[in-house]
Write a protein that binds this ligand. Structure first.
Ligand code: NDP
Ligand code: 2IT
Length: 449
């Protein structure tokens, strides 16, 4: 490793020692872009890596709101505006009790690279709160969202920073956030948030986009290795937005999804998951996945007892982690390899630990890395922004076709980079290198900012 890279890694570890998820995300990128950095000694003088690793701005704020019992609750809100290098800050909002600055920074850092891969003009950001939406009434969700936006509005704008959904933030929350923004600004600025309902400026197919995009990327990756989704067994972690639409598209390509999960455990249905039932439980009733067995008693429910999710112990050809970071551990990777997995597609952000990814790659498993494989969501957000600017709607088919083309381009970019830099078939390295090359070029072009 070059001395420059070594020094940057050492300084990053020292400065961010209390932020393990952020350090993990940075380490994964720096470990793979070495050949590009080595070929560009001028990067050191202009502190290119240091500037890419340091967020442009972090905003953290108090979010007070009143619960249904009349008690005031205080949560912490964040927006990490990581990079505006290639477009307005862009990235989702996460509402989950685990949210902290480290998680916000890792997600914002990943987003810069992911957004660069889409080929669209969007910078990188992430935000959210440690608010737990579970068990909250609709009115509580609304009051929380209104309070959150009452601070956030001053930091965002359709040409400045464009938030969207992530864990715990879907169409309902985006609606409440948008309503409050519009009220404060006294203006309809459609492009300030994406993931809006189609009835007031959202894009058709945005809801489906991340899951569909993941399967399009998987299709391309398998094709490049003489394989396909047809007839394959698939297991998916999570049962939220990404998991549900990945499941739907996997079935459409002739695969059979046999397992899905939530944070408490997983359901295994050897007949194939009944997706309509999952949607009813998760999207309508906001319940637990274990309720699947009430109407499908032949299925099995396996409770989660430790950090290794039971879903990865089930035999499968293709595994799609679509829940959260570090949900696929080294133990899980070993279990998957032992059961003959051929491909892992990251729908969630950084779902595999570094040890798990390395183990999978060393054992010949194809890995579709998150930055590339789940980029369909944010790419379709950018398509939503462009429709808002045009004051026009594309049809579902038009958006899906654009998304498909974008995912094909992303796969090709990852493949080209991995072939060029001598890590053929390693799309984790390919995605990082392809994104980094573009970002580095833009950073050099724009001077020291
Ligand atoms: P949702 O809130 O719709 O669903 C999240 C799912 O993951 C739920 O099934 C949830 O289970 C499970 N989950 C959440 N946290 C944990 C945890 N700590 N341990 C185990 N399971 C957990 O979120 P999304 O589907 O939108 O997001 C899923 C992942 O995809 C995230 O990593 C997100 O960053 C990423 N992503 C999302 C995009 C989007 O467009 N929405 C785009 C790109 C990436 P439970 O109900 O029990 O909490
Ligand atoms: O992680 C992600 O890419 C998202 N949560 C979607 C971001 C967006 O702006 O659509």
């Amino acid at each position: 490793m070059s001395l420059y890279l070594e020094n940057v890694i050492e300084a990053t570890n020292r400065k961010n020692s209390n932020e393990p998820e952020f350090l993990q995300a940075v380490e994964e990128v720096l470990a793979t872009i070495k050949p590009v950095v080595d070929a560009h000694p001028e990067y050191e003088k202009i502190a290119l890596l240091e500037r890419m690793i340091e967020p442009e701005r972090i905003v953290s704020f108090r979010v007070p709101w009143v619960n249904d019992e009349g008690k005031v609750v205080v949560n912490r809100g964040y927006r990490v505006q990581f990079s505006s290098l290639i477009g307005p800050y862009k990235g989702g909002l996460r509402f989950h009790p685990s949210v902290n600055q480290s998680i916000m920074k890792f997600l914002g850092f990943e987003q810069i690279f992911k957004n660069a891969l889409t080929g669209l003009p969007i910078g990188g950001a992430k935000g959210g709160s440690d608010f737990d939406p579970k068990g909250k009434s609709d009115n509580e969700i609304m009051r929380f969202c209104q309070s959150f936006m009452t601070e956030l509005y001053r930091h965002i704008g359709q040409d400045v920073d464009v938030p969207a959904g992530d864990i715990g933030v879907g169409s309902r929350e985006i609606g409440y956030l948008f309503g409050q923004y519009k009220r404060i600004k006294n203006a309809y600025e459609g492009g300030v948030l994406t993931g809006k309902d189609v009835c007031y400026g959202g894009s058709l197919a945005r809801t489906e986009a991340t899951g569909y995009g993941l399967i399009f990327f998987m299709r391309e990756m398998l094709k490049a290795h003489g394989n396909s989704l047809e007839g394959k067994t698939v297991t998916i972690s999570g049962s939220g937005n990404v998991a549900i639409y990945a499941c739907q598209k996997a079935f459409a390509y002739g695969a059979k999804v046999v397992a899905m999960s939530d944070s408490n455990g997983c359901v295994y249905d050897e007949n194939g998951i009944d997706l309509e039932l999952i949607k009813q439980i998760k999207e309508v009733e906001r319940g637990r996945i274990s309720e699947y067995l009430k109407t499908h008693p032949h299925a099995q429910y396996i409770e989660r007892t430790d950090e290794d999710s039971p879903v990865w112990k089930i035999k499968t050809d293709i595994a799609l982690p679509c829940a959260t970071q570090n949900e696929l551990t080294l133990n899980s990777a070993k279990a998957l390899v032992e059961n003959g997995v051929i491909a892992v597609g990251e729908g969630a952000n950084m779902p595999c630990t570094i040890e798990a990814t390395n183990y999978l790659l060393e054992h010949g498993v194809l890995v579709a890395p998150a930055k590339a494989a789940n980029a369909g969501g944010v790419a379709t957000s950018a398509i939503e922004m462009s429709q808002n600017s045009m004051r026009f709607y594309y049809t579902f088919e038009e958006v899906e076709e654009k998304l498909d083309r974008i995912m094909v381009n992303i796969f090709n970019a990852c493949k080209e980079a991995s072939d060029t830099y001598g890590c053929c078939g390693n799309y984790v390295a390919g995605a990082n290198i392809a994104a980094f090359r573009k970002l580095a070029k833009a950073m050099k072009a724009q001077g020291v900012v």
